[in-house]
Design a protein around this ligand. Structure first.
Ligand code: SAH
Ligand code: SF4
Ligand code: F3S
Length: 478
């Protein structure tokens, strides 16, 4: 593989420079790495700035208006760089991928005619071909291809371009058939598709060989996963049981889940699979049944409460995270109060909340009952006060506890490393060696809003004194 790449570069005579900027969700992070891999095989190496790039790709997000508008201001900035390069006799190709690319297509070229290529997330395997076409004239490819890109993308890690890290993402499911009335995803990512379990396992093995110790399985509606495999159809729970057996893997996570697709076998897996981390992001959006219905979420607030109860019964220490929307069309004060009540009640360890943003083409955008920005903002602030308090309280309970931390990268200070607890919190600690990719028990001494700090727990310090470094690295996960 590497030899072929080197040969291609020799043929081309030069290594071209690629700058990818990623917006939006974790799936875009995964996709950006895959695009870099496709292009590495065609002589592109990553660069850290757009100024010296031969090709710039914006991997965009369309979820809220603000996210989409950011893309246009960034394009304006990049156009100035592109013109400056042209004056200096250098070319720069400008490509827009991701969900804005898919949603806007030709329209994007009208607003930003200096863009060379617009493509949707299902077409990344065609990138080299699309770039060739874009060299001749501006190109748009937002068709949903009949073939799956996953069957045509090069193997993960196929190129020095992408570093998948200690904690890697792996897309197992893409697209969504749920059609929540506020959401663009079913239109930008297309119909739900699950990768076969054999493909997923192969990729997981590759990621582990490349140094991953934690894998987060990704999907827009990941718990709707139903991969057709050699032994028939497999659920997400089945896949988790299978991947948890892989040597070298310490931790598994999955995101994002829909409450309606949280099956009994998946809840049970939280109790049965030690490597499945005690953390779940389960968006609820609202605590009002009427609003949930208008959102087409297909569950009630009490259904959600019952799911949380079941999860806590299966895994008592499970930490919960959620998404909320304030100011959905027609939301009354009483309905918003129901959301506040639910937020107070559940003790979320973490949560994301957003003002409703009307997205063109979605049913809720056509509702005559749109609320003003002031109400949406006031409600968001009230909700965020509760959620921040709940997150701070959760983090505070960690002080004095010993948590297993999987270290991922250097921190800001000397000897400081940054890793994650099983509950997903960032933990800083000064470590007696390079623990990246390794787990250690950390006594938590400080809790902040978004992170924890600690030091190696005493029994480790004692073990360290007696044994060679690394002697406790292969402990089974908690
Ligand atoms: N697939 C995930 C969510 C993807 S979008 C799921 O099913 O939960 C992430 C979050 O953005 C959503 O959970 C929702 O809270 C928020 N969101 C989506 N569309 C939005 C919109 N039009 N306005 C405001 N927030 C939105
Ligand atoms: Fe969007 Fe998630 Fe609803 Fe699908 S389930 S439509 S991705 S919010
Ligand atoms: Fe954004 Fe598309 Fe992800 S709209 S949140 S990048 S699926």
């Amino acid at each position: 593989m590497i030899d072929r790449r080197a040969a291609q570069r020799r043929d081309n005579g030069v290594t071209k420079k690629l700058y990818v900027k990623t917006y939006g969700c974790q799936m875009n992070v995964y996709d950006s790495a895959r695009m870099a891999e496709v292009l590495a095989a065609h002589g592109y190496a990553a660069t850290g700035t757009p100024e010296d790039a031969d090709l710039v790709i914006l991997n965009t997000c369309h979820i809220r208006e603000k996210a989409a508008e950011k893309v246009y201001s960034e394009l304006g900035r990049l156009n100035r760089i592109k013109q400056a390069r042209r004056m200096a006799g250098q070319a720069m190709m400008l490509a827009v991928g991701g969900c804005v690319g898919q949603a806007e297509g030709e329209e994007l070229l009208r607003r930003a005619p200096f863009v060379d290529l617009v493509m949707g997330p299902q077409n990344y395997h065609r990138l080299p071909d699309l770039l060739r076409r874009a060299e001749a004239r501006a190109t748009v490819d937002t068709e949903f291809p009949s073939e799956s890109k996953f069957d045509h993308l090069p193997e993960v890690g196929g190129g020095a371009a992408a570093d998948h890290g200690v904690s890697a993402f792996l897309t197992i499911q893409e697209g969504c058939d749920r059609f929540c009335t506020f959401c663009v995803v079913p239109y930008t990512r297309g119909a739900e598709y699950s990768r076969p379990p054999e493909d997923v396992e192969r990729e997981a093995r590759r990621l582990i060989a490349l140094g991953a110790r934690e894998i987060t399985l990704l999907g827009q509606n990941v718990n709707a996963y139903h991969g057709a495999g050699e032994g028939g159809e497999m659920s997400l729970a089945g896949l988790i049981h299978r991947l948890a057996e892989l040597d070298g893997l310490k931790r598994l996570r999955y995101t994002t889940s829909h409450p309606r697709d949280l099956s009994a076998d998946l809840i049970a897996a939280h109790g049965d699979v030690a490597r499945l981390m005690p953390f779940l992001h389960l968006p609820v959006q609202s605590g009002s049944d009427r609003i949930l219905k208008a959102m087409n979420r297909q569950h009630t607030a009490d259904d959600y409460r019952r799911l949380i109860e079941k999860l806590r019964r299966a895994r008592p220490d499970i930490a919960l995270s959620s998404d909320f929307i304030t100011g959905f069309p027609g939301e009354t004060e009483a309905e918003f109060e129901a959301t506040l009540a639910l937020a107070r009640e559940i003790d979320f360890a973490q949560a994301f909340s957003f003002k409703y943003s009307a997205r063109p083409g979605t049913p809720a955008a056509d509702s005559p009952d749109q609320l003003g920005d002031e109400i949406k903002s006031a409600r968001l602030a009230a909700l965020q006060t509760i959620l921040a308090r709940s997150q701070a309280a959760f983090n505070a309970t960690m002080v004095g506890r010993t948590l297993e931390v999987l270290f991922e990268r250097p921190g800001r200070h000397a000897n400081q490393l940054l890793g994650r607890s099983a509950y997903g919190q960032w933990v800083h600690a000064e470590m007696p060696g390079d623990y990246r990719g390794r787990c250690a028990d950390i006594l938590i001494t400080e809790a902040h809003t978004n992170s924890l700090a600690g030091q190696p727990a005493l029994r480790h310090a004692a073990a360290e004194a007696q044994a060679a470094p690394g002697a406790f690295e292969e402990r089974p996960p908690a």
